[in-house]
Design a protein around this ligand. Sequence first.
Ligand code: NAD
Ligand code: ZN
Length: 347
Amino acid sequence: MRALQLTGPGTLELREIPIPEIGPAEVLLRVGAAGICHSDSYVLSLPFAMREDPLTMGHEIAGTIEAVGSEVDGLAVGDRGIVYLCWSCGVCRECVRGRENVCLAAGRTAMPPCPGLGPDGGMAEYVAIPANSFVAIGDELDFAEAAPLADAALTPYHAIRGAMDQLQPGATAVAIGIGGLGHVAVQILTAVTPARVIAVDIAQDKLDLAADCGAALGILATDETAARILERTGGRGAEAVFDFVGTDSTAALAVQVVAPDGAYRMVGLGGGVPGIDAGPAGGPGLPWGATVRKSYAGTRSDLAASVELAQRGKVRVEVERFALEEGRTAFERLDRGEIRGRAVLIP
Ligand code: NAD
Ligand code: ZN
């Protein structure tokens, strides 16, 4: 089969490899589509290899079950679904509490194994997955639009669910970075909260996408952005700020515009330092009561909720389709900021 593999630091190659064999608790998925996340682009930019042997990338996977392991119950050849990306241990304290996204098996600050970032992922014709990571999507959803739900919907959904106390009628939510995750976040905020959404991006076309997704206002990221958001919120700030970029400048913006008792959620992995200190409030720093959460992926039930929103037409991922052979081009376009919504590979 064909697979898009990371064969060395920064090197992506389309290779012919054997179809994976499945274990008794696994299923073989014939991939219908695989999304390209900015995290994949980050992995590609690393100066070291993720794994010694070539790694098939892709953690946003949709497809059809082709074969079922001997111990798997309840799944059948032909079932359509997507893949829950936290391949958690299922037995640690966090997993049994339904918080599989912060599974302790890999360590306190690590993430659970994720396809395409350790085990082989879905940018290939077939992928072997643990049977319990398969989430059925029914017959209606298109694979290209369903695949990104596995991360570009799951991750914002989880971050938003954790800020529901703040997102009451009259509240303002700010979404920074209207790419794959951000444009879905705007739709989820619109669908499940009464909050008014302000979108921030460096590019006007991304703000136009945010408006199509339900944002009330789009503001270009400049030195004036914080002042404009404070002006639009009566000086109070936004009850929730979701940062899908995570650089120094967006982290600073989040701190400057989050309201007292507000929620600042770090999602983007830009390595930014928000500059939070333990001194008295009153200056330009974090206001009293504000919480900061470093938000990773989401739980299985967050994924089920994300799929349901898509099935009800409340969330629709904007996708640009590419053949597997065009993978490198798709990555380059993502890096240049040229993708509207999510780039999706079709094997
Ligand atoms: P993307 O490339 O599709 O979108 C990024 C968007 O941010 C683009 O629209 C870009 O124009 C905008 N942007 C860039 N710099 C900006 C700035 N200074 N101010 C405002 N907007 C700016 O990326 P994506 O796939 O949506 O991923 C977003 C981030 O989230 C990445 O860092 C990714 O690694 C991370 N991520 C985190 C998790 C998690 O669980 N925490 C999961 C998936 C992705
Ligand atoms: Zn666990």
